[in-house]
Design a protein around this ligand. Sequence first.
Ligand code: SF4
Length: 350
Amino acid sequence: MSGNLNRDIRTLTLPEIESFFLENKEKKFRAKQVYEWLWKKQCLSFQEMTNLSQETRKFLADHFRFPVIRTDTEKRSADGSVKLLFRLPDDLVVEGVLIPVEDRTTACISSQVGCPLGCLFCATGILGYERHLTFTEIVDQVILLNNLSLRDQGIPLSNIVYMGMGEPLLNYDEVMKSVERITSPDALGMSPQRITVSTVGIPRMIKRMADDDVKFHVALSLHAATNLKRNQIVPLNKKYPLEDLVEALQYFHEKTGKRITIEYILFRNFNDSLADAKDLAVFCRNFPVKINLIEYNPVKGSAFEKPDPQKTAAFHDFLERKNMVVNIRKSRGKDIEAACGQLAAKKERL
Ligand code: SF4
């Protein structure tokens, strides 16, 4: 294999880097050093590979690209969460959020630039769609948010959620490759049990995750438990109605034994009544679930409003009385536009 300037060095396997070194009459063990810099030490340039000679670093730079993402803007919320706007090599932007809660930190990361699915309550959906992220662009978000967690909180990331911009299952291959790198012992080495991939619901891809025997958790962004209501806020529901999702999630549960996390954003006077809670309870009887209720964080351009706290509590209590595992998740970073897509949307308008 010879060097190819169009090729990102991080798309090469260790054997491929070894072949490259051997073909170019360089020592094979250098390949291992390079691979360690790329994945164990997570360096972000050839120049950082300080145990290689300047000639070897230049040699690599002459033969491969090393595109990385950079932090463009950092916004800190009074509640401790930090939103980062990332600048991609082609100058587009995506965002990630670091959410510290007690002695843990969660990174919320993006899988696409924008999103084509146009959910009505979502700042990213309002933004439109540009492109998929590559797996290295996804991993870079984790590296940068982990560095921030170490710097700010003194601890590495505890959890990663694919809940930022984009629908991860539309970018399946790159998302799976990013999970492989994040969890591989020769790279970031995190447990897949600490990763959650959140989807608005693409049945055939949910089944594919089951067939691929994924080890991470899956969350369904449900937000309404009848087709009549969900069609109004999630356009994709018209293509894949709830019956199809139930069938795919039952398949996923049977194959993996995993419980499904149900994300349900409460919108004032839209899906926050006890009748809605009853519909949700009926939907959740299909497989073991954990329900996260989230109070809506209003975004510019959306007609929805934050729910009444008393209604949120009543909704929660109703589900708990049905013996369901249910939590109320506080919306974080309201003062820094931390709903997915809000910061990027603002930057687009500048
Ligand atoms: Fe896309 Fe998710 Fe936003 Fe829907 S909620 S538009 S799937 S990013």
